[in-house]
Ligand binder design. Structure first.
Ligand SMILES: [Fe+2]
Ligand SMILES: [Fe+2]
Length: 251
């Protein structure tokens, strides 16, 4: 949409920021693995259902297909998690939820100061997919009887500022920032997929689709002309991510 006033981009960014932090996340795609069957939807938190269905994404941002499991498959795959397993799953999903808050904020900040409309549109499209991830993680946290990180407004503000700063140096660097961010997120998701309790196939289905999307975001930024970030910046990003993931695990 065409801007009619110089303040329009700032108003739109503030609107996105407020909704990202305070409004319940809304997914434009169904949750991987499908909704919990009615019998399990009211189950106590320590009993988590695992759909065991497959959720596949093509990796191409525009053509995604999902295979929803049948109700029978969902019921057969239901696995009870122990209390310790449920707590571990919840802590990991809280970290992932916080990561999605930060990812949206980075892309919103970058979109606000991007030079070209093509880069801005790419960033906002990626941010919308991060909103899907956010909603899925939020749903899974509720199913596990847990809550998002209390520090989410802080993650959003810090990440928005970092994103805007990165984008101020130019679109190619900004796209390089996306490539590095997604590379690190992919590493994170791999670590979480290995750490999730084996019975929590429902969280695993969500993380697998997220992982495919993140790889798609990084590849799109690379194709759009991303430049490689200097090594010290990549190390700094790794440290910043470590602070967030460690804090969000507990708080
Ligand atoms: Fe994401
Ligand atoms: Fe992403």
């Amino acid at each position: 949409m065409e801007s009619r006033h110089p303040l329009d981009p700032f108003i739109a960014a503030a609107d996105r920021a407020l909704r990202a932090v305070f409004a319940p996340a809304h997914a434009s795609r169904p949750i991987p693995g499908g909704p919990l069957p009615a019998a399990n939807a009211t189950a106590p938190p320590e009993v988590a259902s695992a759909p065991g269905g497959t959720a596949a994404s093509s990796g191409a941002a525009d053509a995604r297909t999902y295979t929803q499991p049948s109700q029978g498959a969902v019921a057969n795959a239901a696995v009870a998690l122990s209390d310790a397993e449920r707590r571990e799953s919840a802590a990991l999903m809280r970290v992932n939820h916080a990561g999605e808050v930060a990812a949206q904020a980075l892309y919103h900040g970058q979109a606000l100061v991007s030079r070209s409309a093509a880069t801005r549109n790419m960033l906002l499209k990626a941010a919308r997919e991060e909103a899907d991830h956010l909603a899925w993680c939020e749903t899974r946290l509720k199913e596990l009887g847990s809550r998002p990180s209390l520090l989410n407004p802080l993650w959003y503000l810090g990440s928005f500022a970092i994103g805007a700063l990165a984008a101020a140096t130019g679109d190619r660097t900004s796209l390089g920032f996306v490539v590095e961010t997604e590379r690190q997120v992919e590493g994170h998701l791999d670590e979480h997929l290995a750490r999730l309790p084996s019975g929590d196939t429902r969280s695993r289905a969500i993380l697998n689709v997220m992982r495919t999307d993140e790889i798609g975001h990084g590849a799109a930024a690379k194709t759009a002309g991303a430049s490689e970030l200097p090594a010290p910046v990549r190390v700094l990003m790794r440290h910043a991510a470590r602070v967030m993931t460690t804090a969000a695990y507990w708080i």
